[in-house]
Design a protein around this ligand. Structure first.
Ligand SMILES: [Zn+2]
Length: 434
């Protein structure tokens, strides 16, 4: 590794969000969001591009939903002047009357009301609980002289945002409690409050009514489990597994940056900075308690591979899914003493590689992005030091890429330097290199 210099993908902008969220007793949310955006690219911009994912569950875009979301924009401003906007699927574009030059800042303000769909994807109302995933306009990254905004996909995460700073103020009805990306949430929470969190890719909030609650505190991190059923024993077991996995990842990869990790059960498995949800895969039925524990470990691993080490989850999904699976299995092999089944891992002879954009797979993306990529990561260590080397590899990877973004090419460059590889033969058949 001597002399190796990592190279990072730039996000092309810096943004600071101030979001004011109000919820009334009918479940209508009102948002005032002000974003200070700095152009850190080399180009002048003639438009701003945001993801606005709540629009994907409206009656128009999700006719299959019995209870779709509703959205009502009141005002969009740039530097305090009213502007027009275009909202098409999850793409929200603001054309600019005068360009934003490199290094210049601008302030955008959105004011809108919305309701959550039922049986929505991540952003959803479920029973008496509200899950606010991607509920605000999220600025896209800017690279290769354009906004990096891809088409919305139902499978996988088709949005990619840069690290940003957030200040959130909320006001919710009395009977609810809030839990979020913040590391300072209390249980039960106040009905009015605010929090700040810096250098995160997004903010997730859930607003819960009388959840079951388990707290586990050790060293400097609290694990908080929120469950919707009457199964406190299971919730305790989950908090034990979660803490064990968190400690393992901290020891073997690098520090977890927050003093709190929240786990909200009963929902589709998904990672957000500082908080995860687990319970089902794509809203199918709830998984068994064993599978639930594995899912929790997987989503916790994403705190390192997604929330700390960033990648474009549309174009390079394997870098967070494959690595989260790899870390999950590293935890498993390390705690059970079971051997890594290297001889079962065959070089792929399949038609597809693991690093295609998610819209290039049919319904088989998981077996490549999650499965094959994990297997081939293991294969790298078969004759190169096994489990112990894998831990050392992840530690170095974390040190070099924490709070930065990388892509497949950079992973290859790092891995070649790390193992002192002379050619690309270790990547042939499973990674597309160009
Ligand atoms: Zn995952």
């Amino acid at each position: 590794m001597l002399g190796f210099k990592p190279s990072f993908i730039k996000q092309g902008n810096e943004s600071k969000y101030r979001i004011n969220l109000t919820m009334n007793t009918n479940g209508v949310f009102h948002i005032e969001s002000t974003i200070k955006i700095k152009n850190t690219s080399a180009d002048a911009w003639n438009e701003l591009v945001f993801y606005f994912i709540p629009n994907m569950s409206t009656k128009k875009n999700a006719p299959q939903l019995e209870y779709p979301s509703t959205i009502n924009f009141k005002k969009v401003e740039i530097n305090e002047k009213n502007v027009s906007f275009k909202l098409d699927k999850d793409t929200l574009k603001l054309p600019l009357s005068s360009n934003i030059q490199p290094k210049k800042e601008t302030v955008v303000h959105f004011s809108y009301d919305f309701t959550l769909p039922e049986k929505g994807l991540r952003l959803t109302k479920s029973g008496n609980n509200y899950f606010l995933a991607q509920f605000y306009p999220m600025l896209a990254t800017y690279r290769n002289h354009k906004w990096n905004k891809e088409k919305y996909q139902l499978r996988g995460e088709s949005y990619h945002t840069g690290f940003s700073d957030f200040k959130i103020t909320y006001d919710i009805p009395k009977e609810f409690t809030i839990t979020s990306t913040s590391q300072n949430d209390e249980y039960p929470s106040e009905n009015r409050g605010s929090f700040e969190i810096n250098n995160v890719k997004e903010v997730f909030i859930s607003i819960l009514k009388n959840p079951k609650f388990v707290l586990k505190k050790e060293n400097n991190v609290s694990i908080r489990v929120f469950g919707m059923e009457n199964d406190i024993e299971l919730y305790k077991e989950i908090s034990d597994v979660a803490l064990d996995a968190l400690n393992f990842f901290q020891q073997n990869i690098g520090p977890y940056p927050f003093k709190q990790l929240d786990i909200v059960l009963g929902e589709m498995g998904m990672e957000y900075p500082g908080i995860i949800t687990a319970g089902s895969i794509y809203n199918s039925q709830q998984v068994s308690s064993e599978a639930l524990k594995n899912m929790v470990v997987h989503e916790i691993a994403h705190q390192w591979f997604y929330a700390i080490i960033s990648n474009d989850s549309f174009n390079d999904a394997w870098l967070d899914e494959g690595f989260a699976n790899f870390a999950e299995s590293l935890y498993y092999f390390s705690s059970t003493k079971e051997k890594v089944p290297y001889n079962l891992i065959k070089r792929p002879s399949k038609e597809l590689v693991v690093n295609l954009p998610i819209d290039k797979y049919r319904n088989n993306q998981s077996s490549y992005i999650y499965g094959e990529s994990m297997n081939m990561l293991w294969k790298l260590f078969e004759k190169r030091g096994g489990i112990n080397k894998a831990k050392e590899f992840l530690k170095t990877y974390y040190q070099l890429y924490k709070f930065k973004e990388l892509n497949t090419q950079e992973f290859v460059r790092f891995t070649k330097a790390y193992f002192n590889l002379k050619d690309n033969s270790d990547f042939e058949g499973w990674l597309k290199l160009n």
